[in-house]
Ligand binder design. Structure first.
Ligand code: IMP
Length: 197
């Protein structure tokens, strides 16, 4: 099996990626390399951030490396927080405060439409080539937060076709309908068609 570094320290992401890719690659979480300088996310697009992060970590690991950039895009807020999702949570002082702020921002809007976006990127340091895949999951924002089987904004997001949040539906549903699963499957089609069923 080919070795692949999972360039993330987010336990929620790593759990999903293991479930999505564990049968395809021998996975090596970033923690195996000790503490590395954190990649920046300087761009205004998920694609550019994902590619930059994959290359940043592959330069350290010298291994085929997967990174990704994901976020929640809320229609009534002009796709905010989007690529700034991580920063928004940090500047809010944590997830619970971020949920409160979003509820306040959305209270006068009357529009709860949102989508999760994820772009996954593999960088191959041997060839210098990168491969990407994008996934989107549409749904609505719901308050108060519900469910515990998830991370980040999962407890306030109800995907289309369901009446429970992603954090209530759990990882088994999320890997099938979620943005991360879709992006990883699209990435694999670009990277290695031979491993697809
Ligand atoms: P990152 O920049 O890709 O690490 O993601 C930014 C932030 O978006 C993360 O810190 C999470 O809080 C949130 N996020 C990313 N992916 C998901 C997801 O699948 N569900 C819920 N929140 C997510």
């Amino acid at each position: 099996m080919e070795k692949l570094c999972i360039a993330s320290t987010n336990e929620g992401k790593i759990r999903e990626l293991k479930s999505l890719l564990g049968d395809v690659f021998a996975l090596h979480p970033l923690g195996e390399w000790g503490i590395l300088p954190e990649a920046e996310e300087p761009f205004e697009s998920f694609l550019e951030n994902a590619q930059a992060k994959a290359k940043h970590y592959a330069d350290f690991t010298q291994m085929l490396t997967l990174s990704e950039d994901a976020g929640l895009c809320i229609r009534a807020l002009n796709h905010f927080p989007g690529v700034h999702s991580k920063r928004f949570i940090a500047e809010s002082g944590g997830l619970s405060n971020a949920f409160d702020r979003l509820e306040e921002m959305l209270s006068a809007k009357g529009d709860c439409r949102a989508e999760f976006v994820c772009v996954s990127a593999i960088y191959d340091p041997r060839s210098g080539r990168s491969f990407t895949g994008k996934g989107i999951m549409g749904g609505e924002i719901l308050f108060p937060a519900k469910g515990t089987d998830g991370f980040g904004f999962d407890p306030i997001f109800v995907p289309d076709g369901y009446d429970r949040t992603i954090a209530e539906l759990g990882i088994s549903v999320k890997t099938v309908i979620g943005h991360r699963g879709k992006s990883v499957r699209a990435l694999l089609e670009n990277y290695c068609p031979r491993v697809l069923p």
